[in-house]
Design a protein around this ligand. Sequence first.
Ligand code: ARG
Length: 461
Amino acid sequence: MSLWGGRFTKVSHVKFKKFNNSLNIDYRLIKDDIKSSIAWSKILTDIKILTDKEQKLIEKTLNWILNQYSNDINVILTSDAEDIHSWIETMLINKIGDLGKKIYTGRSRNEQIATNLKLWCKRKSKIILEKIIKLQCIFLNQAYLQQDTIIPGYTHLQQAQPITFSYWCIAYIEMLERDRLRILDLMKYLNLSPLGSGAIAGTSWNIDRKKLALLMGFSDCTNNALDSVSDRDFIVDILSAASISMMHLSRFSEDLIFYSSGEVNFIELSDSITSGSSLMPQKKNPDILELIRGKCSGVYGSLCSILILLKGLPLSYNKDFQEDKKYLFQGLDVWEECLDIVYIVMNNIHLNKKRAKKLAQEGYSNATELADYLVKKGISFRDAHHISGNIVVEAIRQNKYIEELDLFIFKKYCSIIEKDVYQCLTLESCLEKKDVIGGVSKRQVKNSLDFIRERLSRLKS
Ligand code: ARG
């Protein structure tokens, strides 16, 4: 029988019942529902609905239900309960009889689901935060090891300026850091408890909502019941954070797909994370990276779906909300899995340093250095840019690197060029000159790495 059967004289249509039930999705909230129910039972002792002894028995039984069934989902799924709330209540009544029927005093499922979802998001956020930190650590390790590995830096997918692999890793550490901070930002909303809001306008029982919030690990309670039971902003927030982070992971994937492509080919993915073609024996494909890139779309889909779900909904609770869990769970599961996968990828790449350096040397990526050299000799940057461009054309014509041109050729384009030009055109010099905060010089990269290491060790301690 359903929770609300009293008012009804006919049983539910089978198809309606199946359509209406959400247990097959919200069973994942068992831990959160039990946590909030235990807190609620404690509050029921304050208002003398339960004695201390009764509360203890309810708490013990709820914990027993959790331990017994949280790893045995099939038992839950084969029940015909409408949702996880009613399943737990039925189990409680089955176990302790009429006493179990008191747990819903003054409490609505509307506030309960909002509370449970926040508790779930808080738990999931903690897991994701840890995974982000772990991922930052693996990028940092690689970055320490690859400080001398020069790779080509690209704009428009054209070789632009040389960088180091270490420097590339730092770029992703910074993206991940913003992902981490974004979660911490949204935590302030997750930390407000809706419980005690009743169905819509607050509960008629004189309870201490702040105490109730603290019992569940929230920092405070929400301010307006009408809003609290219909607020799902926090799902939009967390899916936005997931979407932005997935965008970072998909860009990481794209970088590595490109770096490991047959044409660029300075990174090799280990056999253990690549797959072959059923037809072409020579193939070794970066499916793992393409899947991260592809799965990003599902997370964006979840974000769009929740925004569309909420758009234009009247206050306060509407059953439309029941659909929110599907998007929330799916989006965050994919995010979590992709963080794990990127970690595995970073542990399974091999750098072909020779090839990377050769590519960095190609593409006339030291042309800006030549222009800067001319500026130092007193020429305006615009003119220097033009002269350097002309020299690049000459080098292309001769099928040489800029630094392979004879001095007299340089002089043909600008007489003030001297022998010292060759020193400034080396890859090492291109890197070392970028010695500003955030630049690619060895000193700056080392500073960044030490700074990040410090930041991470503070987080881990
Ligand atoms: N399964 C519902 C949900 O996910 C729980 C709340 C039901 N409340 C109600 N008044 N029908 O939103």
